[in-house]
Design a protein around this ligand. Sequence first.
Ligand SMILES: Cc1ncc(COP(=O)(O)O)c(C=O)c1O
Length: 389
Amino acid sequence: MNIFDKKIDRTNTYSEKWDKYKGRDIIPMWVADSDFETAPEITQALQTRVSQGVFGYSEQPTEGVKNAIQSHLKSRYNWIIDTDWIVPLPSLVSGLGIACLMTKSEGDEIIMPATIYPPFNYVTNNTKRTAIKIPMCLESNSDTERWVIDIEALENNITEKTKLLLFCNPHNPAGTVYSSKELNKIHEICQRHDLLVCSDEIHCDLVLDEDKKHIPFATLNDDAKSRTITLMAASKTFNVAGLGFGFAIIPNNKLRAKFRVLVRQRLPDINILAQTATEAAFNHGEEWRLQQIEYLRKNRNYLLKEINNIDGLKMYPLEATYLAWIDVSKLELDNPELFFEEAGVGISAGKYFGDKNFIRLNFACRFSLVEEAVSRIRKAVLKLNKKAD
Ligand SMILES: Cc1ncc(COP(=O)(O)O)c(C=O)c1O
């Protein structure tokens, strides 16, 4: 049996994903949390750490986790970093908030994709900055379709008050992996307008397309290196998000010093177990990660075929992440979330990501659940279409 087929009962375990539908027959496919048991090497490392029985303060970050991040970035992205560039974070969203505070003052503009992981909006509002939204446009050719930030609109919407680009690559919710050509164009604009860049790359180790490669924005050239705060974590890839740990890589000494001060003033210390998990993930989790990618690819390919066979639904191909972005506009639903819940599938409504015509469906679960979800969706949509006839 494939290890990812293993059924793990997450009910009554305080799982946010599963508890939302406690006692109801609804398959939870919403929040970006996988149902997979993490790599055994991570569990083992945690067990060893727990067995010491002492949980006092620790180095932040530990030598172990710093070295693991350094070698992970070198082996995966050929990115040679100095371990001093690492700033540990209790969560990536808090890092996004700190990045907003790196701009000078309230009212400064932060530019970002219009369709985006919702906390990009919260952190901008919470820090009293102004969000400038850039539409995503659909790039189509005979082979595929993909959503990319409208690069022309990016250039045209920058004003002298714009100070920061909040970027997401791979993109959540569209699953885009930006090419070096696209990244270079975006960088050129940021350089011309002297923007700080915060690149959220939390999904970088979840690239599903074999011919696509994640390129950290900061590795494009020396200028990108000096203006970029890169946010990464092992959390999504290894399903350890509940432990709470991510990190910023900031090569520029001045930027990093300022970022560190803000982190120290505003954020709590890092969970010691999360550091242990991240160290084990990056040092020993590669084989498990590759197996997971293979499994997710199968789920994605199945969904793409089956969802696109349902009249009224359009799923776009995704290059990375385990989040399917599906256009449901043809169904003309007042409340897509409710419609799919009544069908027995809990999705995330696209309105939270900036597009009410879509839903986002998390397929990081065992294949049999994906099959069941498709069957429920098919049945509900068929019934709806029949009613409309
Ligand atoms: C793009 C992106 N950034 C950040 C996060 C959340 O990170 P954290 O839980 O570390 O705050 C997510 C979670 O789905 C995400 O998709």
